[in-house]
Design a protein around this ligand. Structure first.
Ligand code: C2E
Ligand code: CA
Ligand code: CA
Ligand code: CA
Length: 277
């Protein structure tokens, strides 16, 4: 009995060691690749539901780790945040996506670009240019229209006064802001009253069973109505089936994103969408 318990502890310790080793390898890789090496961006189209047209794209980070291979951002972004390597990686992402947007425009594809930004990137930082500085610099250099660039910030920023100030500066400079994953965590409806963001992105968790669950649908309808009263546009993410789309369109959602329309695509594939629009 004692022997078996000892074995269990041994297995547990081994699993823990493996997890820590993987985490360590990812953290070392993030530091090594913080300038963007092995990293690339895919772009998932955002569709204007009523017009049925591609309205913009969301840039999504991909990373080929030198030893571990392709990693999901869901795994490495939290580690990039805890090690703060998200700051240089985020800067690389902004510059790379804006460069791509400029290339699309030169080829006649002038669409909106959404960028995921971690709250850490919006905190004061002496060692790196601010997100706003990078955006202004690149837009001026490339001649890009600021109103066609939107930053996606998760709703947690609504409770951080320093980040809310920075959000206000970004909006005053002419860029757009979306509240991402709205409703996933403890939503603070009262904070929306003072939120100057343009867009509310309704979290995928609401979409998943909107067809089977009338109560879930009621919540989506409520969020859409609220957003409209607040003068905000709505995007629903994670639409996978036609039935979901039909219900969300009826609920009055403005934009949709999800595998039903498109998976994340390469920059070149986005250019090919010109002919379908
Ligand atoms: P997110 O911002 O909520 O992005 C949407 C995620 O859902 C993406 O996963 C996308 O590929 C996936 N998705 C889109 N449509 C569907 C669908 O119909 N069904 C399902 N099952 N999934 C769908 P991805 O690319 O793995 O990114 C995961 C998360 O990592 C993102 O969630 C975002 O929070 C973060 N992330 C990605 N790129 C960046 C980045 O450049 N910077 C920062 N800070 N975070 C990023
Ligand atoms: Ca997002
Ligand atoms: Ca999202
Ligand atoms: Ca989400």
């Amino acid at each position: 009995e004692a022997l078996r318990a000892g074995q269990r502890v041994g297995h547990f310790a081994q699993a823990l060691r493996q997890r820590l080793a993987r985490q360590r390898a990812i953290e070392d890789g993030l530091w090594f690749c913080r300038g963007g090496s092995g990293m690339s961006l895919l772009y998932q189209p955002k569709i204007d539901i009523r017009a049925g047209r591609v309205f913009g794209v969301e840039a999504l980070l991909r990373w080929q780790h030198p030893e571990l291979g392709a990693l999901s951002p869901a795994e490495f972004i939290p580690l990039a945040e805890s090690t703060r390597t998200i700051v240089p990686i985020g800067e690389w992402t902004l510059r790379e996506a804006l460069r791509q947007k400029c290339a699309w425009r030169q080829a006649g594809q002038d669409i909106c670009l959404s960028l995921n930004v971690s709250p850490l990137q919006l905190q004061p930082n002496n060692c790196a240019p601010s997100v706003l500085e990078v955006l202004i610099e690149e837009c001026d250099r490339l001649g890009l229209e600021r109103g066609k660039i939107e930053l996606e910030l998760t709703e947690g920023v609504l409770t951080d006064p320093v980040i809310m100030q920075e959000m206000l500066r970004i909006i005053r400079a002419g860029f757009r802001v979306a509240i991402d994953d709205f409703g996933r965590e403890h939503s603070t409806l009262s904070l929306l009253a003072d939120c100057p963001a343009h867009t509310l992105k309704i979290d995928k968790s609401f979409v998943d069973n909107v067809v089977e669950n009338e109560r879930q649908l009621a919540i989506v309808q409520f969020i859409v109505a609220l957003a409209r009263r607040l003068g905000m546009q709505t995007v629903v993410e994670g639409i996978e089936h036609l039935q979901q789309l039909v219900m969300l369109a009826d609920a009055g959602c403005d934009y949709g994103q999800g595998y039903f329309y498109y998976r994340p695509l390469s920059g070149a594939q986005i250019l090919d969408l010109r002919h379908q629009n």
